[in-house]
Design a protein around this ligand. Structure first.
Ligand code: GLV
Length: 319
């Protein structure tokens, strides 16, 4: 008999075929995530769970899953999963690191360039019929080439962003919990305290996991250290930034602009005050959203799931 698994959203065809060749899968095949209680109700007789970052996987849910052997998340970040509670029950947890690094770094740079050069405002300007002539001072932005980039969190994605910055002749500062001398050497990046990085950077790009230590890492005090011309880019997790403090900093001109792929709350409601500001660019958590990256993520997650239901170590365990 095939092991029973629950899948909380539609998967790319290739990944679904691999999964169903081995597992007896029940799927929540809707555009929106399954309600929490729906997962609780479905997990009772399952040995595997394949989930997304929109699913809250906590101790109560795990209590409802006495047979569960593996939680396989289709994402690199896994702050939605209570990993300690899973470990306490001997449940393996896997994620999808590596395959999304380059796509996410591409996108962080896309946001950086778009915010620096006011692409969103330019698009609105044309669409609104305001484009009447060429103007010497129309929509002036910031130079990216030669500017200083501050990378907060020098993991895989932070490093991939640093490599891109070299092509733009940027000076790159980084801050991270542990100093990385070998990476400093290889990528030509300089370590700085968080405060120094915020003071010096023209662009600050966030690449930390969301943990108790990084929740609210960028608040009013930190935004207050940044330059009035500085731009904040967040492709990590929304709660790393204090949204109310960011709104105040953008409205008062404490910083020049922000480009956000992730927000707090997420999704950001259409009437949210941040969206009324001209110097904010918000997109719906799509940094890894390319056809090939998302397919590879799903395939990795399926491989984790299959190993887990077989009681084998996961090829891509968290941590
Ligand atoms: C996306 O945010 C991911 O963590 O993969």
């Amino acid at each position: 008999m095939k092991p029973k698994v629950y899948v909380t959203r539609h998967l790319p065809e290739e990944a679904w075929r691999e999964l169903t060749a081995v597992c007896d899968a029940a799927i929540w095949d809707e555009e929106f995530p399954p309600p929490y209680e729906e997962v609780v109700a479905n997990i009772a007789d399952k040995t595997g769970l394949l989930c997304l970052l929109t699913d809250q996987i906590d101790a109560r849910l795990l209590e409802a899953a006495p047979q569960l052997k593996v939680i396989s998340q289709v994402a690199v970040g896994y702050d939605n999963i209570d990993v300690a509670a899973a470990a306490a029950r001997g449940i393996r947890v896997g994620n999808t690191p590596g395959v999304l690094t380059e796509a996410t770094a591409d996108f962080a740079f896309a946001l950086l360039l778009a915010a620096a050069r006011r692409v969103g405002e330019g698009v609105d300007y044309v669409r609104d019929g305001r484009w009447q002539t060429w103007g010497l001072t129309l929509l002036l932005g910031q130079d990216v080439h030669g500017a200083t980039l501050g990378i907060v969190g020098l993991g895989r994605i932070g490093q991939a962003v640093a490599r891109r910055a070299r092509g733009f002749d940027m000076r790159v500062l980084y801050h991270s919990a542990t100093r990385r001398p070998e990476v400093e050497q290889a990528l030509g990046v300089e370590y700085a305290s968080l405060d120094d990085l915020l003071r010096q950077a023209d662009f600050v790009s966030l690449h930390v996991n969301l943990t108790a230590a990084t929740r609210g890492l960028i608040g009013a005090r930190e935004l207050g250290l940044m330059q009035e011309t500085a731009v904040l880019i967040n492709t990590a997790r929304g709660p790393v930034v204090d949204t109310a403090a960011l709104y105040a900093a953008l409205q008062s001109g404490q910083i020049a602009a922000a480009a956000l792929d992730v927000t707090d709350p997420e999704p950001l409601p259409a009437h949210h005050p941040l969206l009324a500001l001209p110097n904010v660019l918000v997109v719906p958590h799509i940094a890894s959203a390319t056809v090939s990256t998302r397919t590879q993520m799903a395939l990795m997650a399926v491989r984790n799931l299959i190993a887990g239901v077989r009681g084998e170590p996961l090829p891509f365990p968290v941590g």
